[in-house]
Design a protein. Structure first.
Length: 361
C-alpha cells in the first residue's frame, strides 16, 4: 500500500487514501517520489477542463528514485534518480518520426486511459496524465522516465517534469527569443517564472511581467523581469507606451484565458510573435478580424510542453541549472505534503504564489 491523493470524480475534492500499487509489468518502472509539483493542469483535470478517466491519482510533474523495473526494461535499474515525463514520445507515430515533433506525439497519453492501480476497496485507479505523481510511489512506462542529469538536486528536479521545461522551451523553442529583443510574460505562476528566467538567459533587453497580483512583483523581478505591471484593461496600451508605441517583440501568455491571450496579442508589435502556453477551456473563445491579421502581421502560436525534445534539450537546460543560470528552486513558493494540495489549488485560483511543491520524506 502507498499513500496517494485520489480524485474520486470530476468536480469532487481530493481524498487522501492508501492504494494498492502493483509491481511493474513488462516495460514498466516503479518510482519512489521525492517531490511533485502542483500544476494548473492538475486543477484543470479536477474540474473537467482537461479530460481524465476517474477515479485517478493526479500529479504529472515529479522526480524520484527507481525502486524496481519490469521485464524488458534496459535503460534503468534500482536506485537510479529520475524525472517523470508526462508526455513521452512513442518514437513511431508521424509526429515522432517524419515531422520530428515528439512533443506532439499522438500516443503520448496512452497510459492515461489504462488502470494502473487499485483503491483499497478494489476499484480501478487511473494515472493522471500517465504519471500519477501525487503518491508516495508510482508505476509508469519506461518511456515516461528520464535520467536525472548530474548536478541537479533531486527534489527541485521535479520542476523539470513540466514547469521548467515548458517555460524554457516556450522562450527558446517556440518564440525563439533573440538577444536584444523585448518580451512580455503574462502570468507569474510556476511556468511564468520559468519563462522569465529563460528570457533573461536568452539575453532579452527588456522583460515585462504582467499579473493580477501586485505582491508578485519581487518574485517576478527576482526571476528576471525588468518591469512589473499589474494587469488591467489598459495593459496592452501601457506596454506599447513603454516601448515607443511599438509593442514587444515577443509576448508569452501563461494563463489560458481569452482576455489574456487577446491582451498578449495586442501587446505585440507588428511582425512580432505571441506564444500561448496557458491551457484554457473550450469556452474561452478568442476572436480576430481579418484586417488586423493582415495589418499587424503577427504570429500567434500554441506551445505544448515547451516544444521540447527531451533527448536533445534536457541536457541544455540541466547545464543552465548546474551553472546557476536557471534556478529551479526560485519557481517554488511553498513546500507542502500531500494534504496541502487542495490549499495549493485554492491559491492558484486566487492567483497567489508560484509553484507549490509536494515534498515526500
Amino acid at each position: 500500500m502507498v499513500r496517494a491523493a485520489v480524485l474520486p470524480a470530476v468536480g469532487a475534492p481530493l481524498e487522501l487514501a492508501d492504494i494498492e500499487l502493483p509491481e511493474p509489468g513488462p516495460g514498466q518502472v516503479r518510482v519512489r517520489l521525492a517531490a511533485a509539483g502542483v500544476c494548473h493542469s492538475d486543477l484543470s483535470l479536477t474540474n473537467g477542463t482537461l479530460r481524465q478517466p476517474v477515479p485517478a491519482v493526479l500529479g504529472h510533474e515529479g522526480s524520484g528514485t527507481v525502486v524496481s523495473v519490469g521485464e524488458g526494461v534496459t535503460s534503468f535499474t534500482d536506485g537510479d534518480r529520475v524525472v517523470l515525463n508526462w508526455a513521452p514520445s512513442c518514437g513511431t507515430c508521424e509526429f515522432c518520426g517524419r515531422l520530428a515533433e515528439p512533443w506532439l506525439c499522438a500516443n503520448a497519453n496512452a497510459a492515461t486511459t489504462r488502470p494502473y492501480a487499485r483503491t483499497a476497496q478494489g476499484a480501478d485507479l487511473y494515472p493522471g496524465l500517465s504519471v500519477a505523481a501525487f503518491a508516495e510511489e508510482t508505476v509508469v512506462p519506461e518511456r515516461a522516465v528520464l535520467p536525472l542529469p548530474e548536478g541537479v538536486p533531486l527534489v527541485d528536479a521535479a520542476l523539470l517534469g513540466c514547469a521548467a521545461l515548458t517555460g524554457y522551451g516556450a522562450v527558446h523553442n517556440s518564440a525563439r527569443v533573440r538577444a536584444g529583443e523585448t518580451v512580455a510574460v503574462f502570468g507569474v505562476g510556476g511556468v511564468g517564472l520559468a519563462v522569465l528566467q529563460a528570457a533573461r538567459i536568452a539575453g532579452a533587453a527588456r522583460i515585462f511581467a504582467v499579473d493580477v497580483a501586485p505582491e508578485k512583483e519581487q518574485l517576478a523581478r527576482g526571476a528576471g523581469a525588468t518591469d512589473y505591471l499589474v494587469a488591467s484593461e489598459g495593459t496592452a496600451k501601457e506596454i506599447r507606451g513603454l516601448t515607443g508605441r511599438l509593442g514587444v517583440d515577443v509576448a508569452v501568455e501563461c494563463v489560458g484565458r481569452a482576455v489574456t491571450i487577446r491582451t498578449a496579442w495586442e501587446s505585440t508589435r507588428r511582425g512580432g510573435r505571441t506564444t500561448v502556453v496557458g491551457i484554457g477551456g473550450k469556452d474561452q473563445q478568442v476572436t480576430f478580424s481579418a484586417l488586423e491579421i493582415f495589418h499587424f502581421a503577427r504570429t500567434l502560436s500554441g506551445c505544448v510542453y515547451g516544444d521540447f525534445d527531451t533527448d536533445r534539450h534536457l541536457p541544455v537546460l540541466a547545464g543552465h541549472v548546474r551553472d546557476g543560470r536557471f534556478d529551479l528552486g526560485a519557481l517554488v513558493t511553498e513546500r507542502i505534503g500531500l494534504d496541502g494540495i487542495p490549499a495549493a489549488f485554492e491559491a492558484m485560483l486566487a492567483g497567489r504564489g508560484g509553484r507549490s511543491l509536494v515534498v515526500f520524506d
